[in-house]
Design a protein around this ligand. Structure first.
Ligand code: CTP
Length: 222
């Protein structure tokens, strides 16, 4: 009989958006609600996994009985993820990580003066890309938030980041993406299989993602 549960497995999930502070009261951020990542955490818990959720600021309450790590910036998220990576069997990066951060943090509130203000940005580490380099036999799942060329961009990320699976969503579609309770995704696996899902609640999308993960673990193909 096929095994549905993930007993004894540790699932590490990133969720929400990161905030890159410019000064104490301003930051560069994005509208990620964290709903997809939190739905994944609940789904992993339902499958009896040990769950670690590393989350940027959200309005959501994390599920009970998980290990919850709250972070603010991409650098903080990377530190938290790296500290839990070794003990994890499955890693799902659902967070909307800021690709750039201000080069300098201004320790006091920036006062308005000149007509123009320039903020120099520097690249943040790509957390998932770095995990992919030390993948070993872990299952690595990424998300691809795209506004065009969905499949091509998502497939390129799957290869570049050395993933087992990528969940692609066109964030311009009604009912998909950042703040929505629903999502419209395509699950792409390493063997090139593309599974297009209809508009579903993020909870149902999470279930479908774990269906794929347990299939991969059981060595079965859908
Ligand atoms: N990701 C990450 N660290 C980053 C950027 C992205 O871990 N600094 C992860 C995301 O959590 C997601 C995947 O990488 O699982 C793809 O993220 P996405 O924002 O779609 O793409 P990027 O790799 O940032 O590339 P681009 O912004 O150029 O599309």
């Amino acid at each position: 009989m096929q095994k549905r549960y993930l007993e004894g497995k540790t699932v590490l999930i990133t969720a929400g958006g990161t905030r890159e502070h410019i000064d104490p009261i301003r930051f560069i951020g994005n509208p990620s609600s964290g709903k997809m990542g939190y739905a994944l955490a609940q789904s992993a818990l339902n499958r009896r996994a040990n769950v670690i959720l590393v989350s940027g600021p959200t309005q959501l309450k994390p599920p009970k009985k998980i290990r919850f790590i709250s972070i603010t910036s991409a650098i903080d998220m990377k530190k938290a993820v790296d500290s839990c990576y070794e003990q994890s069997d499955i890693v799902i990066c659902a967070a909307a990580v800021a690709d750039y951060r201000p080069e300098n943090f201004i320790s006091n509130k920036i006062k308005k003066s000149e007509e123009k203000l320039t903020i120099q940005l520097v690249k943040n580490p790509d957390i998932l890309l770095e995990l992919g380099k030390k993948k070993g036999c872990k299952i690595l799942v990424g998300f691809a938030a795209e506004t065009k060329d969905l499949l091509a961009n998502a497939k390129a990320k799957l290869i570049e980041k050395n993933l087992d699976m990528i969940v692609a969503n066109d964030v311009t579609k009604e009912g998909a993406g950042f703040e929505s309770d629903t999502n419209i995704v395509k699950i792409i696996t390493r063997d090139g299989e593309v599974k297009s899902l209809p508009l579903l609640s993020k909870r149902r999308v999470a279930t479908k993602i774990f269906d794929k993960i347990v299939k991969a673990i059981n060595g079965l193909r859908r």
